[in-house]
Write a protein that binds this ligand. Structure first.
Ligand SMILES: [Fe+2]
Length: 335
């Protein structure tokens, strides 16, 4: 498949690997008529419940992707056991700029050749070169995520299982897409219910770019803290569906809010809500004030950070690290 964007034509190839055996080592390579890539090792996970680690990167949007590249490399070196990695959206600063996409892909080599990647769409994926909103053409072409059976919003949101976890990737960009095609939120509310209720996985984890809380901004006293539009739309359904963990991004700050139920802190009900931080060079020092629901905030002013999600039969553990490997927070859900 070819697609043209930002004056460039890209050839994009997809291959679906079927009948793979669980817990087995494979090798693969990409060949053309005159050349071939190196062979890459690939290990399939065991069937069913098993313990594993995934790497999670917050917003990587940058003016210069060297910090992003350094963070991705150091995180993968420290966690070579990671079975796949996630980027929480705002993958690039400008969703049309092909040089940024190339810099992002260069930054995750060779990790992306060796372990799978789960992308999440952010609002910056919908920006054109003039910083006007458009549909996220490049994002939709680059990432061949699982189908969601939507005629209108194929690849905008999706779900997948890994071990005993059902990962639900939602899309918070209905403000951006409504002018082009309406219905992204309503469609997802129905899909989320159906998709989650069909799943028999022990754990259910939601990944969504924009945060569920609204933070006050220093120098803007009229903006009150509370629940954001995303929170108002989805938090009641997360409670109803028994979601265990919700990871968000967009605000470029790490905050652990503990468990929330009925839009209030709870000791024993509702999902654990983690706002994941920042992984590129776009930082917002001293922008946000605290929120009454914050339990842990990264040291200020913030540097980059990355997270691991460790899954066992009885726990989900999210650990947040600074670029030098220093652990700054650890949060756990057990059942
Ligand atoms: Fe964002």
């Amino acid at each position: 498949m070819t697609f043209s964007d930002d004056g460039q034509t890209n050839c994009q190839y997809s291959a679906l690997l079927e009948d793979l055996q669980p817990d087995t080592n494979y090798e693969y390579r990409v060949t053309g008529s005159k050349s071939a890539s190196d062979w890459h090792p690939m290990h399939t996970p065991p069937l069913g419940s098993h313990s594993y680690t995934a790497l999670i990167f917050p917003d990587s949007q940058s003016s210069d992707y060297s910090d992003w590249s350094a963070l991705a490399h150091t995180a993968w070196q420290r966690h070579p056991e990671a079975q796949f990695f996630i980027n929480m959206g705002d993958i690039v600063d400008n969703g049309e700029d092909h040089t940024q996409w190339q810099a992002w892909f260069d930054g995750v080599e060779p990790m992306i050749a060796k372990i799978p990647f789960a992308p999440i769409m952010g609002n910056h994926e919908t920006y054109d070169q003039n910083w006007k909103v458009r549909l996220p053409e490049a994002y939709l072409h680059y990432f061949d995520v699982p189908e969601n059976q939507s005629a209108t919003f194929s690849r905008y949101y999706y779900s997948f299982d890994h071990g005993a976890v059902h990962f639900i990737v939602l899309n918070s960009q209905w403000d951006e897409t409504n002018d082009f095609k309406p219905g992204l939120l309503d469609e997802q509310l129905a899909w989320l219910k159906d998709d989650t209720q069909k799943s028999t996985a022990k754990w259910k984890v939601v990944l969504i770019h924009k945060d569920v809380l609204q933070y006050r901004i220093k120098k803007r006293p009229e903006r009150k803290e509370g629940i954001s539009a995303v929170g108002r739309a989805f938090m009641p359904l997360f409670d109803e569906l028994g979601i265990d963990l919700v990871l968000t991004a967009h605000l470029h700050t790490y905050r652990n809010r503990g468990r929330l139920y009925d839009k209030q802190p709870s000791t024993d009900k509702g999902p654990l809500y983690i706002l994941t931080g920042v992984a590129g060079n776009v930082r917002y020092p001293n922008l946000w004030t605290g929120h009454a629901f914050d339990k842990v905030v990264a040291p200020q002013p913030e540097t980059d950070n990355y997270l691991t999600l460790a899954v066992t039969d009885s726990s989900l553990t999210v650990t947040c690290f600074l670029p030098d490997g220093q652990e700054i927070d650890r949060a756990c859900v057990t059942k």
